[in-house]
Design a protein around this ligand. Structure first.
Ligand code: SAM
Length: 258
């Protein structure tokens, strides 16, 4: 199913995506890990490309993005995105040296079909930035918004499913989240909890759109109260001085077999 703006996943970016690029800037340290995993590839397919985060500037990138509101947020210096979905990629077999997909596979309507397509059109590595559903709920936000993290844990596919869909083994590389991470996913605020009090910061993490406004308000009120009383700092204050956080974020890398 596609939403009015063309969104093809389980989140409607026509509704929640307006301020996405203000809060979801690519983080240069994560970008460097992706660039490294892409290897020497000259041509790169970016599936679920959104506003262009993590697209390398020194390669020829072909972005694919079904949501019109996300395509409209792509800066002018990046290639315009093709309106298509992972499940039906309009390219011949082996068209690209490498492919990437960041924070998107959990939204695809048919994960297995999408991964098979990405593998089909890619000669070299397929590099996926995603979260391990088994580790999502270990984050402190679970004390405040358990439904948000339960939603994320339910949406993110297991790494076994990703390997099955690609039809290859996958290398899993833990991605340390920097303290001042430029990309505002929930764990990016591990040591800056006040940022999650901003409505637009929450809206830029699509899992928040799966709970009711009352549930979100209750979670935020509790967090605000604990920040004011010092209860959050008593439990988690050490995170304010921790340079990186190893949470649920991983790079999964598949190499072509045979
Ligand atoms: C959280 S955004 C990530 C965007 C970008 N890759 C980034 O890292 O900022 C997820 C993107 O996946 C796209 N998407 C959802 N379902 C898709 C599908 N079936 N095929 C391709 N892209 C899809 C959404 O439209 C959205 O732009």
């Amino acid at each position: 199913m596609r939403h009015q703006d063309g969104s093809a996943g389980d989140a409607d970016y026509g509704r929640i995506g307006q301020s996405y690029s203000a809060y979801r800037q690519p983080d240069p340290r994560i970008a460097a890990m992706i660039a490294d995993a892409l290897g020497p590839a000259k041509t790169v397919l970016n599936v679920g490309a959104g506003a262009g985060s993590y697209e390398p500037r020194d390669r020829e990138v072909t972005p694919v993005e079904p949501s019109a509101s996300m395509r409209a947020q792509r800066p002018a210096h990046l290639a315009p995105a093709i309106d298509a979905t992972a499940e039906h990629l309009p390219f011949a077999d082996d068209s690209f040296d490498a492919a990437m997909a960041s924070f998107t596979i959990h939204q695809w309507a048919d994960l297995a079909a999408g991964l098979k397509e990405v593998r089909r059109v890619t000669r070299g590595p397929v590099v996926i930035l995603t979260c391990d559903p088994n580790e999502v709920e270990a984050f402190w936000l679970n004390d405040y918004a358990p439904k948000v993290l339960a939603t994320e844990a339910r949406r993110y596919p297991s790494f076994d499913k990703v390997a099955d869909g690609l039809g290859t083994p996958i290398e899993r590389i833990a991605v340390p989240v920097p303290f001042d991470c430029h990309d505002g996913f929930n764990e990016a605020y591990y040591g800056r909890p006040e940022r999650l009090l901003e409505p637009a910061a929450r809206l830029s993490c699509s899992a928040w759109s799966f709970i009711t406004p009352d549930e979100a308000n209750a979670a935020v009120a509790q967090l605000a109260a604990d920040l004011k009383s010092g209860a959050w700092d008593a439990k988690y204050g050490a995170l304010r001085h921790q340079p990186t956080y190893l949470g649920s974020l991983y790079l999964l890398v598949s190499q072509r077999q045979g």
